[in-house]
Design a protein. Structure first.
Length: 528
């Protein structure tokens, strides 16, 4: 650095609790400014007539709380038969809009993770949670009026919990693993367990991940179905926009709100494909088998609600089953069905062990699916507080039960049918991909070069030589068609087994060699 431009920089260390508070305050202010800008633009465009600046400021605070999922208690004087005011509770967590404070909290968590050690992280988290709670509490106390009332307890707790979860996600992203975040080597602890415990744990974890694969596939199919429905009714949607005459700012705000609730509608579509359906008001139901809805408000997205499906509505119930079949195929390729291996040792008849293991796998996948999806289904629900739209969204219990059953049945079907797919699946030769064909038999790995090898190693070398001879057989002797594909699969499996037996080391249980950080490290004695 040029001495003439060198300046003396004085820096004072900022306590972690103070840094966490500053990050939380910046995140809260950023999300609040976005709400103020939207409502201020609508007000300047003439959207709110005969309203003061104070009322717009209160609406901005109420919108900030609603953005975090805080319930708002409404009291309105509507033209009804009785002269008493209408009361209700507005609660609707728009997933797309909630991503704004979540993303801000996630970024704050990453910065706090870079500034903290593991044993000091609690200080930053405590400062962030306390600051966000104070900001939310003050907002809840200031924005209440005769029409909207907020419970200060929920007004402070829900935004703080949402922000803390986002901060923890950012810290986890910066740490890389949960074990490093909490200061515990989980891989080492698992390696010290017995072999049967590790087998059981890997089986349960594979079943849980298979349920996640099935849910993700079902959600993707439901989202694609929603996109197709919107594309088909795009003309009606544009016509509703024209009838509203919301203006530039009003149209932009309406579009933003609809984009914010789009993930909720995708969850409703998932419940619709399960057969449980969803509600658009009291005493209404929209499902593939039965549709009963009344007059709806002029919201453009509601034109895509399916009304008449005909006699083929039951076909949409096969979408979760198809997603479950994908989960079963994934579980077979994961090769972690240790329950099937244990049952195969207990029963001589293969059909008994296969039936029991597949049935148990399907039940566990169904249970994991139902327990996983019930919370997102409940969070996708909502209520507008007054009017007919006081019951919006699916019944989480019924939808979770049906989704679990359908994905579980599909997982069993996919697991049983997957071997046929793997048997007749076409394998692209390596030469088509521009790669050199693998040469077997020239490198037996480090295990074959050690002195004093055991007799078991000699037997493995004989098996390797036999496999190499079968791999290097003349092309004229090899079968054609599907048998050729089967031969290639068998050759690749033999090469994989030889690579595992020669190059990989079983964990000894003392934690050595676990994780990427220990790979390739040399001890100080080897350096000498």
């Amino acid at each position: 650095m040029n001495p003439r431009t060198r300046t003396l920089r004085l820096s004072l260390p900022m306590p972690l609790w103070l840094q966490g508070g500053v990050e939380a305050l910046l995140a809260a202010l950023a999300s609040a400014v976005l709400v103020v800008l939207v409502l201020g633009g609508v007000w300047l465009g003439g959207g709110f007539r005969d309203t003061s600046v104070d009322f717009i400021a209160q609406m901005a605070g109420q919108g900030w709380l609603a953005l975090h999922g805080v319930p708002l208690h409404l009291t309105m004087d509507l033209p009804t038969v009785s002269s008493e005011p209408v009361t209700g509770t507005f609660w609707f967590l728009a997933w797309g809009l909630a991503l704004i404070p979540l993303w801000l909290g996630w970024r704050a968590g990453r910065r706090l993770g870079r500034a903290s050690y593991t044993d000091q992280l609690w200080q930053a988290l405590l400062g962030a949670a306390g600051t966000y709670a104070v900001f939310a509490l003050i907002t809840s106390l200031l924005v209440g009026n005769g029409m909207v009332a907020i419970n200060p307890f929920w007004g402070a707790l829900i935004p703080t919990a949402l922000h803390t979860l986002a901060v923890m996600g950012g810290v986890r992203r910066e740490a890389g693993t949960w074990g490093r975040l909490i200061g515990v080597d989980l891989a080492e602890r698992i390696s010290k367990r017995s072999q049967y415990s590790r087998w059981a744990g890997s089986y349960v974890w594979s079943v849980v991940r298979a349920a996640g694969v099935g849910l993700l596939a079902a959600f993707g199919l439901a989202s694609a179905l929603l996109a197709v429905q919107l594309a088909v009714h795009w003309g009606d949607l544009a016509q509703v926009y024209q009838q509203l005459e919301a203006g530039v700012w009003g149209g932009a705000a309406l579009t933003g709100v609809q984009l914010g609730i789009m993930p909720n509608l995708a969850m409703w579509s998932l419940a619709w494909t399960s057969g449980a359906g969803f509600a658009l008001g009291q005493d209404t139901l929209v499902s593939p088998l039965v549709t009963a809805v009344g007059p709806q408000p002029a919201l453009p997205l509601l034109v895509a609600v399916p009304t008449e499906i005909g006699g083929f509505g039951w076909l949409f119930l096969l979408l979760p089953v198809l997603a479950g079949a994908l989960a079963g195929w994934w579980l077979l390729r994961e090769a972690e069905n240790h329950l099937d291996e244990w049952l195969e040792l207990k029963f001589q008849a293969r059909w008994i062990s296969l039936s029991l293991s597949t049935l148990a796998m399907g039940l566990l996948v169904a249970l994991a699916t139902a327990l996983t999806v019930i919370l997102p289904l409940w969070l996708s629900r909502g209520s507008l507080g007054v009017g007919r739209l006081t019951d919006l969204g699916p019944n989480p219990w019924v939808a979770a039960l049906l989704l679990g059953a359908e994905i579980g049945v599909g997982a069993m079907i996919g697991y049983l049918a997957a071997p046929l797919w793997e048997k007749y699946r076409y394998v692209v030769p390596d030469s088509w991909l521009g790669q050199e064909p693998a040469e077997d038999g020239h490198d037996d790995g480090p295990a074959s070069t050690q002195d004093g090898a055991a007799s078991s190693e000699g037997e493995s070398e004989k098996v390797t030589a036999a496999d190499d001879a079968s791999d290097e057989a003349p092309a004229d002797d090899q079968p054609s068609g599907s048998s050729t594909v089967k031969h290639r699969l068998a050759a690749r499996m033999r090469r994989l087994r030889r690579g595992q037996s020669s190059g990989e080391v079983e964990p000894s249980g003392d934690g050595a060699g676990v994780g990427p950080d220990s790979a390739g490290e040399e001890t100080p004695s080897s350096e000498k």
